[in-house]
Design a protein. Sequence first.
Lengths: 177, 102
Amino acid sequence: MPDGLFIFFAALTLGAALLLVVSRNAVTSAMGMILALVGVAAEFFLLDAYFLGVLQVLVYAGAVMVLFLFIIMLLDTEDATGAYPWKTAALGLATFFLLAASVLWLFHWSGAVSAVKAGATPPELSANPAEFVTAAKAFGRLLYTKYLLPLEIAGFLLLVALVGVVSLSKDNPETKA
Amino acid sequence: MENTSLAHHLILAGLLFVLGLTGVLLRRNLLVVYMCLELMLAAATLALVAFSRFNRTMDGAVLVFFVITVAAAEVAVGLALIVALFRKRGTVQSDALTTLRD
């Protein structure tokens, strides 16, 4: 039986994700998304990944979702109101329960994932220089040694995205229909 | 943390992923579809962190760092595309965007 905190935040995350999927109002969906991301960040904290939890709240629940809310309110889309048509609802429920049952089978009943608890480093990974530590310092050391090239590429990717977004959102007269 | 095993975290990540997938398949508002995609990405990062923690190695956590970076860039570009689409077609409902089908 898992811990109480795990169950609490898992229920919070799943409930908020359900709100995101079923809500007809896009702003309500965004609120559910923020709550779900905060729940995932709390699970990161429970997994001792404190730096990632803070990063998740700052970048995802903060910057990304503010961008989403801004665009939702800017576009002011007209949504259908009222209940879902029964065909959509039945299809959605069937899809969800089928896939959820397969997830439960794969991770619980099939026995493919052994019930390991967090313990010592397994022998096949004992030569790994990157042992799990909670301090953010370990991230910095790894980012500038083993993962230096991916870090440079990520920085370059952010630059490309910046330039791309500016050129996409510029009012280009020759592409006007 | 003593009683929570790897399988519990994987089940939570899998259920989150399935919820996101259901949303992507069923919703018609492109912005909501995009948020559901982001939810699937968050579920994958949760599984990565769980594997990283239970194998006592840092590599999965560093990969999540890069996933968050790429996701931030991807959201910016995707939302710019949706705004450009809205300016051209005046809608973000995917069942109204059928130019290629007709």
